[in-house]
Write a protein that binds this ligand. Structure first.
Ligand code: WT7
Length: 635
């Protein structure tokens, strides 16, 4: 029997040991016992990080949708697979059972075929968080088409760049989308993008906001009439284990976005196995991840991971602030959510609102809380733990990346004792290493270095679409025989990992290495501070000095700024030491963020360095307007 579901700390260590000592045997047992295959593999793993080439379950045959849908029909046909919660709280939620989802996916798959989509073709999906998004993803997988979901907050230029990079034949979109009180003209954005995309043959348009849009004859089709006519049976295309499943773009530190390519079998096994354990999912639970399916978090932990486990997964169309900042908690109460997975940036935004809107709702269904996407600062961690988890629900701080396909370093709730701001221990099968600047592994505890992974895991992306050399250069060239994550991390006295942030964010002040995260943590402890970001800027004597951008809670705005500066620096001195004190502190109304909520330190660094003429493209930011006001008030 394989250890599919880990329930005790001792067991974690045993299983971890086995996964490291006999990785092939370990993953073979998991794959064999918990998934359905059309044909078994000849080799569990072949790998060579120098090429790099990684193959899992070679020559096996399967279809991921048979694992996510067909196999549940008998035992869970009437169980809710997708629970759709619309943007407008007055619109009824939709419960899509496994039987219904299966039928809708098959019909959609037949529509794709009818429009000429074949195995291996690329299909770009540019949809809001409505059921059609998950259904179209699964419909592509059903027929072996490679989906490339593009987050529906991206601009038309970002969309056309991605469509052309993967040479897609089709776009799936909607007439528009709801976002809080606003509507967005998605189809208009697609039309603009397609002026630069000569190879798109057809566009399928789902109706969501009932707006009047242009439909281009011979190219654009309303989805519903096609679905109405489609046959409800669609045999799953039989895929090889290493056939591509999807492409998902992620931004690099330079150059155009990287189309990370994930394949079928390994990704399925890894996303499903991590889901089960990291969220301790039990059969009647309602699980909710607030991410968008446009990101890897949504691929692995809204769609594939949960459905492969026969789970009920919530899909939320709206935003945390509409109709008010209590919306998340209202949904938790309404659907009795058991596992709740969100981003630190959301937690900070909600914490800023106080607890009144939290206390209004019954959150007693919650059993597990998760975070992902960036280091969670101490203050946000405690706020989440105290106000949302009521100190009863463990927080899983999950570290991973688009490239890793699934969660890599994380506590297992009710198993691993948590520690604020620590992602804690490697997941089963994951072998992290911390490396120094000279390429040597740093052994032992209480050390800090660059976070690498020594051995392949089933979920790792296999290449960058159309550019294998870049894949090699970015991830396998910095350190010999290692996957390099681009992050820094420290390992504490018991072997727990804390992610310190991108290594490109490390600032050396007077010869001392300072990570941004611990300093920001210290600043954020100040009761008047809502959020902060620090960057380095050139300094005559110190090499670099620190520039802090600080947003205040409402209560702080009336306070004397010079006093606040002193208090903040005192906190930093107390927590880290005088070396980490900020040279300059600028109070701002907000921080520039990417659409996925990451603070764009690159821009802040340029402003601090007085290189405002080199900001690059800021139009894809979530809030481009704050950049101007920051420049205006630069110190
Ligand atoms: C980068 C990957 C993985 C899904 C969402 C982001 C940062 C991610 C954590 C965490 C500290 C984290 C890293 C990583 N990151 N999770 N728990 N603690 N940092 O995917 O856009 O590919 O970003 O996000 O810097 O490299 P992504």
């Amino acid at each position: 029997m394989s250890n599919y579901h880990i329930k005790q700390f001792e067991e974690y260590f045993q299983v971890y040991k086995k996964s490291v000592n006999q990785p092939e045997q370990f993953w073979e047992e998991i794959a064999e016992e918990h998934f359905v295959w059309r044909k078994k593999w000849s080799n569990v793993l072949t790998w060579d990080f120098t090429k790099p080439e990684i193959k899992w379950f070679e020559s096996a045959q399967l279809n991921i949708t048979e694992n996510c849908l067909d196999r549940h029909l008998r035992a869970r046909g009437n169980k809710t697979a997708i629970l759709f919660e619309p943007n407008d709280p007055n619109e009824q939620a939709e419960h899509i059972t496994y039987t219904q989802l299966h039928e809708r996916v098959c019909k959609f798959a037949n529509v794709l075929k009818e429009k000429g989509i074949e195995k291996g073709d690329r299909v770009c999906i540019y949809l809001p968080m409505i059921p059609e998004l998950a259904i179209s993803v699964l419909a592509c997988a059903r027929i072996g088409a490679i989906h490339s979901v593009i987050f529906a907050g991206f601009s038309s230029t970002a969309l056309s760049t991605r469509i052309n990079d993967c040479d897609a034949k089709m776009v799936i979109t909607s007439d528009g989308s709801y976002r809080g009180a606003k509507t967005i003209d998605l189809k208009g954005i697609v039309d603009e993008a397609l002026e630069d995309c000569p190879n798109i043959e057809s566009v399928l348009v789902a109706k969501r906001i009932n707006s009047t849009i242009d439909m281009k004859e011979g190219r654009d089709y309303w989805l519903q009439p096609l679905l109405d006519k489609a046959h409800q049976v669609c045999d799953a295309e039989i895929m090889d284990a290493e056939d591509p499943l999807f492409i998902l773009y992620t931004s690099g530190s330079t150059g155009k976005p990287k189309g990370m390519m994930h394949t079928s079998a390994g990704y399925m096994v890894y996303s499903a196995y991590t889901f089960k354990n990291v969220f301790q999912y039990r059969d009647d639970d309602v699980y909710w991840c607030t991410a968008d399916i446009g990101w890897i978090t949504g691929h692995s932990y809204i769609v594939y991971g949960p459905l492969a486990n026969g789970a009920t997964t919530v899909m939320f169309e709206g935003v945390p602030s509409y109709p008010d900042f209590g919306r998340f908690w209202q949904i938790v109460e309404k659907h009795k959510v058991n596992q709740f997975y969100t981003a630190p940036t959301a937690i900070r935004a909600l914490a800023k609102q106080g607890t009144e809107l939290v206390e209004k709702y019954d959150l007693s269904s919650l059993k597990v809380l998760g975070t992902v996407g960036e280091p969670i600062n101490e203050e946000a961690w405690h706020w989440y733990n105290e106000n949302i988890g009521k100190k009863k629900s463990p927080i899983v701080d999950t570290w991973w990346q688009t490239e890793t396909g699934g969660i890599m370093i994380t506590p297992i709730p009710y198993v691993t004792p948590t520690k604020p701001t620590y992602a804690t221990l490697p997941f089963i099968g994951i072998q992290p290493a911390l490396m120094d600047e000279n390429g040597k592994e740093i052994k032992g505890n209480q050390v800090e270095g660059r976070l690498c992974i020594k051995f392949p895991w089933p979920g790792i992306a296999r290449t960058i679409w159309g550019n294998h050399q870049r894949y090699k250069d970015t991830y396998f060239s910095a350190f010999e025989n290692m996957y390099f994550s681009g992050d820094g991390a420290l390992r504490d006295e018991v072997g727990y990992y804390r992610i310190t942030g991108r290594v490109d964010d490390v600032i050396i002040v007077s010869g001392h290495n300072l990570g941004t995260a611990p300093i920001e943590d210290a600043i954020n402890e100040h009761q008047a501070v809502a959020e902060s970001a620090i960057v380095g800027f050139p300094h005559d004597v110190k090499g670099n000095a620190l520039y802090g951008y600080v947003t205040l809670k409402d209560s702080g705005e009336s306070r004397n700024h010079d006093n606040l500066r002193k208090e903040i620096n005192q906190l930093i001195t107390d927590r880290i030491g005088p070396i980490a004190k900020l040279e300059k502190i600028q109070f701002t109304n907000g921080l520039p963020k990417t659409r996925s909520g990451k603070i764009m330190r690159r821009i802040l660094r340029k402003i601090a360095s007085n290189e405002t003429d080199q900001l690059g493209d800021t139009s894809t930011l979530l809030n481009p307007e704050v950049v101007e006001s920051i420049i205006e008030n630069r110190l």
